[in-house]
Design a binder for this molecule. Structure first.
Ligand code: ADP
Ligand code: MN
Length: 287
């Protein structure tokens, strides 16, 4: 089972006090890699015996691990906490199938109380270094570090999506942020790399450039634009994956914007034989 599957299952059976402990453990994460039962009980304002009972159940569910000096949160625990927050806020009621396993995320269908389908993205930056965390103790401090990195990456992408969406850039509408997870509009389309037919490749490329231009007007450069991060739904393009986006004031802004544009131009040239001058494209998006 993936950590999100462990979490989705746990969210159904987890009790109020267990969530209080999971929340306390996550709040203590900023300062501690692992936490004792006494620390948890104090933080959660709970009797030590109850805290011990709850943390033991979380351990059995595969949401935390026991260390020499207490307990540590693992990815499945953070997933469960994010899901529970989203369910309690009535944003979603459950998760569906996987729609994308990226380098740095797991994306799933999610269902709203009104049975609408949205997408939920769990950040997994550093995944390869925390895969073996249960076996290799030395990974504990790395995992701790990556959990925090993922929480802040989700926040950065959510903020960027809000700005971009308000400015009319074609990005999934952002709905909610919880820990290292974001809930957004589910785009019914596929990545450009997997689109065999485009009705009008030049028009599609120009739509991407239009969006880059609009994003630039609100001071955002994707810095990860490629045929993997553009979805095509049969008529429109959608630009996804913004956690690493930067401001035009960033010291490497020019180089990264150039690389973004070059990635797109190279792809359209290779796949559709389309010629578009880099300087023309750059002048256009900066204009
Ligand atoms: P990563 O950093 O892991 O590449 P992405 O944001 O690119 O993260 O998401 C990974 C994959 O999940 C995408 O390539 C895409 O197939 C799918 N995906 C992401 N967001 C959405 C969405 N809003 N609607 C539909 N599919 C999505
Ligand atoms: Mn991506």
């Amino acid at each position: 089972m993936s950590s999100a599957e462990v979490a989705a299952k746990a969210v159904k059976s987890i009790e109020h006090e267990e969530f209080k402990i999971l929340t306390a453990l996550t709040e203590l994460l900023r300062n501690y890699e692992s936490v004792t039962i006494t620390q948890l009980a104090t933080k959660a304002r709970m009797h030590v015996d109850k805290a011990a009972f709850s943390i033991n159940k979380l351990n059995q569910m595969g949401l935390v691990v026991k260390r020499t000096r207490g307990y540590s949160l693992i990815m499945a625990g953070l997933d469960a906490l994010a899901l529970k927050i989203l369910v309690d806020r009535n944003i979603i009621i459950g998760m569906g199938s996987s729609i994308g396993v990226g380098k740095e995320s797991d994306v799933f269908d999610a269902f709203t109380p009104a049975q609408k389908i949205l997408a939920i993205k769990f950040f997994r930056i550093g995944r390869t270094s925390f895969r073996d965390v249960k076996r290799k103790r030395s990974f504990s401090s790395q995992l701790h570090h990556w959990l925090l990195v993922n929480i802040s990456a989700a926040k950065r992408e959510f903020n960027a999506l809000n700005i971009l969406h308000k400015s009319g850039v074609m990005v999934p509408t952002p709905y909610a942020l919880a820990k290292h997870a974001i809930v957004m509009e589910r785009i019914q389309g596929s990545r450009l790399i997997h689109c065999d037919e485009l009705k009008d490749p030049r028009h599609t490329l120009e739509s991407v450039l239009d969006n880059v231009r609009l994003a630039l007007k609100v001071d955002l450069i994707s810095a990860d634009l490629s045929e993997y991060n553009v979805l095509y739904d049969g008529s429109d393009v959608w630009i996804i994956d913004w956690p690493q986006s930067i401001s035009v004031k960033h010291p490497n802004a020019d180089a990264l914007l150039k690389r973004d544009i070059q990635n797109m131009l190279k792809f359209f040239k290779r796949k559709y034989g389309l010629k578009y001058e880099l300087t023309d494209a750059l002048n256009y998006v900066k204009g």
